[in-house]
Design a protein around this ligand. Structure first.
Ligand code: NAD
Ligand code: UDP
Length: 317
């Protein structure tokens, strides 16, 4: 029999970067955790330290297929997040977002679970409104190389709100901005892992375009705290809620920081800018501050130190 204090949580994409941190924090809070992952970008290694806990269960499952389990909360994180990975098989990326949302919403409806969607700042596309507020509808190319991810996530948001209106489902939609930290995949292709790995290997740092495009980087611990607060927030807050660190940097500034912290001799080299690469990105987090009492605490330099230490150990192995 289940107790109300130790409810069961499903984390799809739980063996990935964010998912593995979330599983760890949920177990720390006394929850039972069912982690479902198809191991496309996630690994067993990311959750191997949780396997000895009897409240943790790892299931190989692809969310594009239905899942029949009994849970009280669903965090739907399954989806490759790095452009290199989501563009590898773009049709599967759209299916993961859209069919995955339909399957997980169907599950939530059947068992009466509350469900949270890991949406993204990419729903704003290459934004004309800066910083981005939740009320902004975005500027997204529907037929470009990023569209499988951006439009997949937008359609998932639509499905979440239609299930909410039509079936009275308790939903939460988090729009996550660039998040980094330990357990990113070293060949993930995202900017923080790329720069840290390149600097540690003494290789050139690859700046795409001029490097004057901006991003705002949130440390993983802060982000997980925001996701969990949103999940447990009152039912009148379905979202969307921006979660990210509002301190904005150019990509060139990020590269210079990484080189300084690693202490290597890497040079900056310019590479072509990928198509539809957003020029600027910064979350307006007033809603999260006001309704969740949440804001990031970890400064970029401190988070980078942790991340560098993680990759240094990983590369040494
Ligand atoms: P990640 O690639 O490390 O994790 C994604 C996980 O989903 C992996 O474990 C992967 O194997 C799994 N997965 C992929 N397709 C699946 C499928 N069809 N069925 C089951 N599992 C599948 O990426 P992440 O950074 O941990 O991102 C997690 C979620 O957060 C994603 O939904 C992503 O879109 C969202 N997000 C992340 C960021 C970020 O900066 N990290 C920003 C915005 C949104
Ligand atoms: N980027 C870069 N060099 C790299 C990887 C990425 O200059 O080796 C740039 C990329 O063009 C983008 C920014 O860094 O402008 C963030 O890229 P990432 O893939 O991390 O995330 P996203 O573009 O989805 O925010």
């Amino acid at each position: 029999m289940r107790t109300t204090s130790a409810y069961r949580v499903l984390v799809t994409g739980g063996a990935g970067f964010l998912g593995s941190h979330l599983c760890e924090r949920l177990l720390g809070d006394g929850r039972e955790v069912l982690c479902a992952d198809n191991f496309f970008t996630g690994t067993r290694r990311n959750v191997s330290h949780l396997m000895a806990d009897s409240r943790f269960e790892l299931l190989r499952h692809d969310v594009t297929f239905p899942l029949y389990v009994e849970v009280d909360r669903i965090y739907n994180l399954a989806c490759p997040a790095s452009p290199v990975h989501y563009q590898h098989d773009p049709v599967q990326t759209t299916k993961t977002s859209v069919h995955g949302a339909i399957n997980m919403l169907g599950l939530a409806k059947r068992v009466g679970a509350r469900i949270l969607q890991a949406s993204t700042s990419e729903v704003y596309g290459d934004p004309e409104v800066h910083p981005q507020v939740e009320s902004y509808w975005g500027r997204v190319n529907p037929i470009g190389i990023r569209s499988c991810y951006d439009e997949g996530k937008r359609c998932a948001e639509t499905l979440f709100f239609d299930y909410h209106r039509q079936h009275r489902l308790e939903i939460k939609v988090a729009r996550i901005f660039n998040t980094y930290g330990p357990r990113m995949h070293p060949s993930d292709g995202r900017v923080v892992s790329n720069f840290v790995v390149q600097a540690l290997r003494g290789e050139d740092i690859t700046i795409y375009g001029s490097g004057l495009q901006t991003r705002s980087f949130c440390y993983v611990d802060d982000l997980i705290d925001g996701l969990m607060r949103l999940m447990e927030s009152p039912p009148d807050l379905p979202g969307p809620v921006n979660l990210g660190n509002p301190v904005e940097f150019t990509i060139r500034e990020l590269a210079e920081k990484v080189i300084r912290l690693v202490g290597g001799r890497s040079r900056l080299v310019e590479k072509p800018l990928p198509a539809d690469d957003p020029r600027q990105r910064q979350p307006d987090i007033s809603l999260a501050r006001g309704r969740l009492g949440w804001e990031p605490r970890v400064a970029l330099e401190d988070g980078l130190r942790e991340t560098i230490a993680y990759f240094r150990k990983l590369l040494a192995e």
